[in-house]
Write a protein that binds this ligand. Structure first.
Ligand code: NCD
Ligand code: ZN
Ligand code: ZN
Length: 334
């Protein structure tokens, strides 16, 4: 069996910088393009930084047919600064992090009310807002607690396109029904694993990410919505590489590296569920419609011929362990 995808997009991707960028960019370029996260050290906060980062991304891609849709790390900005961002080639939108909630988010927003004026201007200018939506509460409840913030933002800024990034709960899926200006991304791992896979047996650092994987009923709600072709849920891998020594250590960094196996694994999931016809919408169609994207043509053919996931990816002095390291996946890219 084969599944042919036109211009698949990854709507949430971490490529990092320096040698790690050189390693991960080519491994993430099966897609036609991706929304590139700005949580570098220091974060990408200005158009100048964004343009310079986009150039480093392009250099690391080495000519691969892949469009980086660049984001800026949200800070309170005035109209002139927003216009400058909007007018910068390659700019896609702002990524808002509550301060200190995840990897390299220390410079995020401490008080959302301080963001009101900027959000109002973004709404008027048609600039999308992408949000890491977690509170500072108990780790299993953080996303659900943050839904009140999404509700408030979606109500007060009805024309602002708000993406709930990497949702992990049934409650977040249900919230989409309440507000047409909300959309969401879902990762690969959250369609597959629950907290049991992370911490139910021996601790699995390579499956540890933020938000933490939740309950079986949450995973099943995400799967049900995605396989059912939910029109406002998009694939965003949140592929988030960390050096091996930062994962296999006392104080494991959050993030799962999935970019090189994402499309084969998605094909496996959708085909097994008899929903192969829904994959195009999930990995491209929904995002193109929601954001008015017109990605360059790129055809990716997936086949039900197995692929062996490497035990590790090594180059430029970096070592990264992918999800399913050393395992076999039932599908591969032709
Ligand atoms: C991401 C990272 O490592 O940058 N980690 C993660 O666990 N998802 C940050 C993020 O997307 O929250
Ligand atoms: Zn996040
Ligand atoms: Zn992320």
């Amino acid at each position: 069996m084969e599944i042919t995808l036109e211009s698949p997009l990854d709507m949430h991707l971490h490529l990092r910088d320096g040698d790690m960028l050189k390693l991960t960019a080519p491994l993430s370029a099966d897609f036609a393009g991706a929304v590139i996260m700005p949580n570098l050290v220091p974060p990408v906060t200005t158009p100048q930084m964004m343009v310079a980062y986009a150039e480093r991304v392009q250099a690391a891609l080495g000519g691969a047919a892949f469009t980086p849709y660049m984001t800026l790390f949200f800070t309170a900005l005035d109209e002139a600064a927003l216009l400058a961002a909007k007018g910068t080639p390659g700019f896609f939108g702002f990524k808002l992090y509550p301060a200190g909630i995840t990897t390299n988010s220390e410079g995020g927003v401490a008080n959302l009310r301080d963001a009101d004026r900027t959000l109002h201007l973004m709404e008027e200018m048609g600039i999308p807002l992408l949000v890491h939506g977690e509170s500072h509460g108990f780790v299993m409840d953080r996303e659900q607690e943050f839904l009140a913030v999404y509700r408030d933002l979606a109500t007060r800024f009805p024309k602002l396109t708000i993406s709930m990034e990497h949702i992990t709960t049934a409650a977040a899926v249900r919230l989409l029904d309440e507000f047409p200006n909300l959309c969401a991304t879902v990762t690969l791992q959250h369609l597959i694993i629950t907290l049991d896979d992370v911490a139910g047996g021996m601790l699995q650092p390579h499956l540890f990410c933020k938000p933490i994987a939740k309950r079986p009923e949450d995973r099943d709600a995400l799967l049900g919505a995605v396989l059912g072709g939910h029109p406002r849920i998009m694939f965003g891998s949140d592929s988030a590489p960390h050096p091996r020594h930062r994962k296999e250590s006392c104080g494991c960094a959050a993030g799962v590296f999935t970019a090189p196996l994402a499309l084969p694994k998605l094909a496996e999931i959708f085909a097994a569920a008899g929903a192969a016809d829904k994959l195009q919408g999930f990995v491209s169609g929904n995002a193109c419609r929601i954001y008015g994207l017109h990605p360059a043509a790129k055809t990716v053919v997936l086949q039900d011929t197995p692929m062996a996931v490497p035990a590790a990816y090594r180059s430029y002095g970096q070592t990264v362990i992918p999800m399913d390291a050393g395992k076999q996946i039932a599908w591969s890219i032709k």
